[in-house]
Write a protein that binds this ligand. Structure first.
Ligand code: ADP
Length: 421
């Protein structure tokens, strides 16, 4: 085990895990702190997904310290605290307090603060965070319902959220390369600075910063800051060469698709799959609510299909969704279907299904909650942001692809299987 990461939300954790996996690290993602012991023999990086972004700061600190203790226990050599690339936080935290607590627990006097994610338009210049062409404070993030961001200065934000002495390493230094940046880190340490905001406009900048941070015990930032870290381990002879494929073996068994997302992309994927001839069962929320359609019946249908990978979906056009919500209430309609699909997943697993695609963020959350794996091993990427994963810590492991509603190409449900040996 080389790298231990703590992510403050689930999708951010997947982002980071994918980034590390793409750079050649065998990576697993845990959902919270795993209760059981995990076999980490061939694992290079562990990303603990917390749900701590908008908790009270004290809770977020306690959860993060618990995650840190777990990662230290399993032998991580370097630690990464991953937060959102738009620095989602309130004046009270949680990025500042968690960083400070992690530094203290690790006994380290210096870390960096670098949420830049150039591929998604998040860049840092002179310590100010930009979202596309706008300062963070001019971007739609200023109206975020939970964490409105009205200041773009990462130096001010970090200083306001913690007792740490905050410094800045500007782009002028970053472009001079890893040794100039490492030297800037040393100078800052001598001046007594503890948290250094580092400018980054490109992936090349992030790789330079990553290289300069090779000896830093704790790094903080977005998933982009992980870009340069695997190469450090490689240089130190601790990680296999780049380009050597991460082995992913999916368990043998039947395949199935569950879709609860009503997004345009998912509806398009369903149309394409049906047009290609796969058997499909559409769930009617009213029939479920009135007891006219039960999980057992849907299971019997699914298991009786012999041609193609069956699709069970509740995904509907906006007017159908509105009608269901008017009849049942928005919350109830959503939770009825989530619960139905989660029960389906359990039933399918019990019936020998070992390869499952789930479409929808909340839907995936409900299904993973029901299947309750200790962790997910990150496998090949089907489309940007959506990997195949393997459930760990279970007697009946499954290959799972958890697709956020809007992700994936139109042929997602058809081509995903080609990546499973
Ligand atoms: P996405 O990733 O596209 O946002 P989610 O799974 O996160 O998808 O959210 C979709 C929500 O809509 C879920 O709560 C789901 O249960 C609900 N839903 C799915 N189908 C219907 C439907 N036909 N009518 C009403 N709500 C639905």
């Amino acid at each position: 085990m080389l790298l231990g990461a703590i992510a403050d939300d689930l999708t951010g954790a997947t982002d980071l895990a994918l980034m590390l996996s793409r750079e050649g690290m065998r990576t697993i993602q845990t959902i919270g702190i795993p209760k059981a012991e995990l076999d980490l023999k061939d694992v290079d990086a562990v990303v603990v997904a917390l749900k701590s972004r908008t908790n009270p700061a004290g809770d977020a600190v306690a959860m993060s310290l618990e995650a840190l203790a777990f990662l230290r226990d399993v032998g991580a050599q370097q630690f990464l605290f991953k937060y959102c690339s738009t620095f989602d936080s309130s004046p009270a935290g949680n990025i500042g307090p968690v960083t400070e607590a992690l530094m203290q627990a690790l006994g380290t006097g210096l870390t960096i603060v670098c949420p830049a994610f150039p591929a998604n338009g998040r860049t840092i210049y002179k310590g100010h965070l930009f979202v596309g062409d706008q300062l963070l404070s001019d971007s739609p993030m200023r109206n975020h319902p939970l964490t409105p961001m009205t200041d773009s200065s990462l130096v001010r934000l970090m200083a306001g959220q913690s007792q740490l002495r905050v410094g800045l390493v500007t782009r002028e230094t970053v472009v001079q390369g890893p040794s100039a940046v490492a030297q800037a880190f040393e100078l800052a340490r001598e001046k007594g600075e503890q948290a250094l905001v580092v400018d980054a406009l490109t992936d090349a900048d992030l790789r330079i910063i990553g290289e300069a941070a090779a000896g830093m015990v704790l790094i903080t930032g977005g998933s982009g800051i992980a870009l340069g870290l695997p190469e450090n381990f490689r240089r130190a002879g601790l990680l296999r060469p780049a380009g050597e494929e991460v082995v992913f073996s999916a368990p043998a068994g039947r395949s199935m698709i569950l879709a609860g997302s009503c997004s345009d992309a998912t509806r398009g994927q369903i149309k394409a799959a049906i047009a290609a001839g796969i058997p499909a069962l559409k769930l009617d929320p009213l029939a479920i609510a009135e007891g006219r359609l039960r999980v057992e019946e849907a299971l019997i249908w699914a298991l009786a299909q012999s041609a193609g990978v069956p699709l069970i979906y509740s995904s509907a056009e906006p007017d159908e969704v509105k009608a269901a919500q008017a009849a049942l209430g928005r919350e109830r309609a959503g939770s009825l279907i989530e619960h139905f699909l989660a029960e389906m997943a359990l039933g399918l697993r019990a019936s020998g299904v070992r390869r499952l695609i789930v479409a929808g963020g909340e839907t995936s959350g409900a299904v993973v909650g029901a299947l309750a794996p200790d962790a997910l091993f990150i496998g090949p990427e089907i489309d940007p942001g959506v990997p195949w994963t393997l459930t760990l810590g279970q007697t009946e492991p499954m290959a799972l692809a958890l697709k956020s509603g809007n992700f994936g190409a139109p042929d997602f449900f058809l081509k995903a299987w080609d990546l499973l040996p």
